[in-house]
Every structure is written in C-alpha cells, then in structure tokens.
Ligand binder design. Structure first.
Ligand SMILES: [Zn+2]
Length: 441
C-alpha cells in the first residue's frame, strides 16, 4: 500500500519542530517512506489524500491513561471526598473491584473510538480490575488491535485486596509481557504495572522487581501523586515513595513514574539519576486537588517529563493547554513553562513511545511509523519553525481532526470513522454494562 498525503503543511514535532511547506508525505506499508516536494516522489500510488487547508501532524501520544475508568461517566453514587485518599476509597477502588472482563473490554473500545477522533494514536495504559484480573490485558488488546491504534498495557499490582489478588496481578503482567514479546505485534507493547508505593509492601515490590527484570519490561507506577502517598511511605517505611521505588530497582531507564507532584530535592535528584520518565497529568492533579507538579524544576534538574491524561480526556491538546495554565500558576509567572510543557507532548512523548516500541514513533520522519493526522487549519499568522509551537497550542489545538492514520491504516477520513464499528450498538452495550456495574457499586 502506497499512500501519498499532499498539499498540506507538514509539522514534524521533535526538536526542532519543523514546518515543511510544499512537501508531501509518502506512506509505504506501516512506515513513512519519504517526505519531499511532490514532484520528487514517484508513483504509482494506491491512494492520494489531498490535504490542502490542513496541517499534517504525527499521531498524538498519551503517556498515562486508564481505559477502565470509562464506565464511571455520570456515576453520582460516590460519597463526597475531601482528599485524594478518599477519592480512591470512595470512587476508584469501589469501582474497579466490580469490573468484569466485559466491562474492561467495552471501556477500552468506547474510549479508543474517542482517541481516534481526537488524533491520539498511541496510548500507554495502566489497568486495574481486581475482581477480573487474569486475561484482562488480552481483552484490552483485542480492542486495540480491532481499532488499529497502538497501546502499551500493564496491570496495576497492589496489596490492597490481599495476597491472592496481588499474585494474580503479578501473573497478569508476566503473561502479557511474554505474549507481547513473542507476538511482536507493532500495535502492542507491555510494561510491568504497579499501583503506587503506598499500597505495596516491600515483599511485593521485591517480587515485582524480580519478575519485571525477568520479563525485561520497564515499570509503570503512580509516584508521589498526593501528600498522603509520601506521608504513608515515610510512616511505614521511613522513606519517600521515590526512594523506595528506586531502591527496589523499579524506577530505572524504561520505567514511567506518573505524577511526581510531591517530591523533595533528593527525590528529584534520584528521579533524574534513575533515567525513568516522569509523566505529568495536570488535569487529573487539578481535579483531585492533589497539587501541580513543578515541571519547570523537574526539567531544570534533568528529569525527563512526558504528558498523560490519567483518563481525564484523550485529547492531548486539551491536556497540554491546561498543563500550561497550571504551570503558570505553579511558578507564579505567566512566562514560565511553555517550553517544558510543549516539549513534554511534542518531544518527550515521542521519545517515550519510540523507546517502548523500538522504532521511531510520534514524529514525521522517513522511517518513522506511519501514524499521521490531518487537522483543518488555515494559519491566520505566519507559520514557520519560530511560531509553530504557538500555532499548535493556540490554534491547531482548537481545530477539528479530519483524518487519523495509524501504521498506514486509515482509521478516520473526512471526520468519518473507517473502522469496522457500529458506534450506536457499542454505546448501547456500554450503557447496559454501566447500568449493571452501577447497581453493583
Ligand atoms: Zn493514573
């Protein structure tokens, strides 16, 4: 399959983020074969996608996601929560214990359709369903493969439901990581999931570290999301969450530490030295009144920071904008944080995904994955390498995604889905499952 995208303004992401006018993008199979003026690209082509009036961008990447939270939308039964711990106890931990394998798969299907519409083609998920663990990642993987996006999956191990559930969580990570490595499917990758240090004993951390190193997968874990996480680790173990996770070899190159809102100087130094990525989730942190991570300070001290949504949305442009406004408040300076936040989405997220997948992802370059989106956009001011980040944050972010391509496969074109899906039927099924889930809640 040779697909030519021509007539649009090519924006590469990466550092520097280039703007290429008068260039076409040739996709061959699942990779980008050539980016050049159209007269230099030779046919024949199986398809030509005219992109006049459109920005041609890499598919967006969400570096921290929870598909399983989809069915909570509109649920009004949770008791009022005054802090982050109560949010977990009154809502998320009550909900995830009741999830069935069908709930898990449908949750993923519903939100992945939304991701295609928003131009997000790669999602790094963190899954929990303590009452239906074994086989849960496989069910999510079915949805990922059917809809043609890319996802890195893990199961969040925790001691909060007793030893049997802990063991099943460890097993689910190992089984999926092994299957993933054996299958070599370019749409799926695995990390080893852990909930957070405050719900994990030293014994479980040691078991996870051993198994994770055996499977070769990095770890994906919530770190210092709330003050209570830090206080609980200090009280019970005499260490911060970062110090505990580093000492167990969990935070290392190839691992993801979601949040890092409440970290001290020594933690930041340890995070930078570990080589792990911090993934910032500003909307979730604001929603839970957990605080705003010092992204500027983290980056200044050498921590690599990417961007996730923690399931608040699959719209990465929305997340980067909110992250930017929050960082202005955090730094008490409206000029601080622009480069750190835009780098998180346009530079670090592609690096995270490229490292996990083992080939270039999230960038428009020859040889990179053919994950491309077209966004309706007529720039009203000069658009070039100097101004592109401003256009992305203030203009392109507000424009409709027209076409979404992942691995060379067109998933949406002209704002209409091209995947095999009866959307109304999926929503009907989801509503029926949600009603039953809410009854059990
Ligand atoms: Zn999370």
């Amino acid at each position: 399959m040779r697909l030519l995208i021509t007539g649009g303004t090519v924006i590469t992401f990466g550092n520097p983020c280039q703007v290429l006018e008068g260039h076409a993008v040739l996709i061959e199979g699942d990779r980008i074969a050539q980016i050049a003026p159209p007269e230099e690209i030779h046919g024949p082509f199986d398809r030509v996608l005219p992109a006049a009036g459109k920005a041609v961008l890499p598919g967006l990447i969400n570096a921290h996601m929870h598909y399983y939270s989809t069915l909570v939308r509109g649920l009004g039964k949770a008791a009022p929560s005054c802090n982050f711990r109560e949010v977990l106890e009154n809502l998320w931990w009550r909900l995830d214990r009741k999830l069935s394998l069908d709930d898990v798969e449908v949750s993923a299907r519903v939100i992945l359709v939304d991701a295609i519409r928003k131009g997000t083609t790669t999602l790094i998920d963190h899954h929990a369903s303590p009452g239906a663990i074994l086989g849960s990642l496989k069910r999510i993987a079915l949805a990922v493969k059917d809809f043609g996006v890319r996802s890195c999956l893990c199961y969040e191990v925790s001691d909060r439901d007793g030893e049997q559930v802990t063991t099943e969580g460890l097993e689910e990570n190992c089984a999926f990581a092994r299957e993933c490595a054996a299958a070599g499917d370019p749409h799926l990758r695995a990390l080893f999931g852990l909930h957070a240090a405050f719900t994990l004993s030293n014994k479980t951390l040691a078991r996870a570290a051993h198994l994770g190193h055996e499977t070769g997968a990095g770890f994906h874990v919530h770190v210092a999301e709330a003050e209570s996480d830090v206080a609980s680790n200090r009280d019970l173990f005499g260490k911060t969450p970062v110090a505990r996770l580093v000492s167990h070899g969990i935070l290392k190159k190839g691992s993801i530490a979601a949040h890092a809102v409440h970290v001290d100087e020594a933690d930041v130094e340890a995070l930078a030295g570990s080589g792990a990525w911090v993934v910032h989730n500003p909307q979730s942190n604001l929603n839970n009144a957990a605080g705003v991570a010092d992204v500027v300070g983290l980056v200044k001290r050498g921590v690599r920071v990417g961007l996730g949504t923690d399931a608040m949305t699959v719209n990465m442009f929305e997340e980067v904008r909110v992250g930017l406004w929050a960082q202005h408040l955090r730094q008490n300076n409206p000029s601080c944080g622009f480069m750190e936040l835009t780098d998180a989405l346009f530079v670090e997220n592609p690096r995270i995904a490229s490292a996990l997948w083992g080939f270039p992802l999230g960038t428009l370059a020859e040889g990179a994955a053919a994950d491309v989106i077209l966004v309706d956009y007529h720039p009203p001011t000069p658009l070039n390498g100097d101004t592109v980040l401003g256009h992305l944050v203030f203009g392109i972010s507000q424009a409709p995604v027209d076409t979404t391509i992942c691995g060379g496969r067109i998933l949406m074109e002209g704002k209409s889905l091209k995947i095999d899906l009866d959307e109304a039927e999926l929503a009907r099924k989801s509503r029926a499952l949600a009603e039953r889930l809410w009854d059990r809640f």
